[in-house]
Write a protein that binds this ligand. Structure first.
Ligand code: C2E
Ligand code: MG
Ligand code: MG
Ligand code: MG
Length: 290
């Protein structure tokens, strides 16, 4: 009986805490079954080229409909997958689905679309990952240039030298590489120069305030300038307003991703978006053609 230990230890048994632990356990157990029970789905969000007002790549975002908990956010279940050792299997599943989807779109006659998959630090550190990825590319026959991997800046900065070696191996496979959530991981220009990536995604926390805060606007322009000087494709994450888009365009940001153009959507919706770009109701067309 916990109170026998004295102090205020009983606070660990507060009912809401019980509920929390129960949910966590339910989620971890559930993750094991989610794959076989078909509860996981891929969502896709376009990265729109600002000069053209068109997109040629999408980011894959994992979605989980839990039978009793409902929609669980990847921000909650990805960390759990990492802790419980499920992340390797999960990442490979996402990569495989993404490769198959690109193939399916190509077969439908859609213009080529690159698909970007988020990969956690755990994978990056495992040599098995590179082998599995090589096998997957061989097996699906996908031209590697249509696959992109996003790795957060903070993961890269955990052990930059090891990260650079892994990035070089991935790049040799022919896939594209992006630094995700840039601006939150405290890397220096010196490191950025050494990371062999193709693109850099500015974290949403900067974009969110560019219209209100001169400081954030300045930081954002500096990141764009730095990225461009290193010949990287610069992408702004979480673009929600026309004002943000106009500012980013003026600063020569290459691409935007965010609710302004589209929420993450299913594969069929991507086809619709890709084939209806001249739609006048699209807020982007107004600016793209101006
Ligand atoms: P991320 O890779 O930085 O993905 C961007 C997140 O911002 C997504 O959240 C997306 O839905 C959200 N977002 C996009 N546009 C807007 C916007 O205009 N406004 C706002 N408020 N949010 C926007 P989501 O889907 O909840 O994913 C959260 C994070 O979970 C991702 O951040 C990524 O780190 C991780 N994640 C998602 N799918 C996977 C996956 O398959 N594998 C791994 N390892 N991580 C994943
Ligand atoms: Mg990402
Ligand atoms: Mg991000
Ligand atoms: Mg993120």
């Amino acid at each position: 009986y916990v109170r026998a230990h004295g102090g205020n230890k009983h606070q660990f048994y507060a009912p809401e805490m019980d509920e929390d632990i129960k949910n966590r356990l339910e989620m971890i157990n559930g993750l094991h079954n989610a794959l076989v029970r078909d509860e996981l789905q891929l969502s896709y969000q376009p990265k729109v080229n600002l000069a053209e007002g068109e997109f040629h790549s999408v980011e894959v975002l994992l979605r989980w409909s839990h039978p009793t908990l409902g929609q669980v956010s990847p921000s909650d279940f990805i960390p759990m997958a990492e802790e419980s050792g499920m992340i390797g299997e999960l990442t490979l599943w996402v990569l495989r689905q993404a490769c198959l989807q690109v193939h399916a779109w190509q077969k439908q006659g859609l213009p080529p679309i690159r698909v970007a998959v988020n990969v956690s630090g755990h994978q990056l550190q495992s040599s098995d990952f590179i082998t599995a990825l090589t096998d997957l590319l061989n097996e699906t026959g996908l031209d590697p240039q249509w696959l992109e991997i996003e790795i957060t800046e903070s993961v890269l900065m955990q052990s930059p030298t090891a990260a650079i070696a892994t990035l070089n191996k991935l790049r040799k496979l022919g896939i594209h590489l992006a630094i995700d959530d840039f601006g939150t991981g405290y890397s220096s220009l010196a490191y950025l120069k050494r990371f062999p990536v193709h693109s850099l995604k500015i974290d949403r926390s900067f974009i969110k305030d560019i219209e209100q805060s001169e400081r954030y606007a300045t930081i954002t322009s500096s990141i764009i300038e730095m990225g461009k000087s290193l010949h990287l494709t610069v992408i702004a994450e979480g673009v929600e307003t026309l004002g943000q888009m106009a500012f980013l365009k003026e600063q020569n940001c290459d691409e935007i991703q965010g609710f302004l153009y589209s929420m993450p959507v299913n594969a069929d919706e991507i086809v619709r978006l890709k084939t209806n770009l001249q739609d006048q109701t699209c807020p982007l067309s107004a600016v793209a053609t101006s």
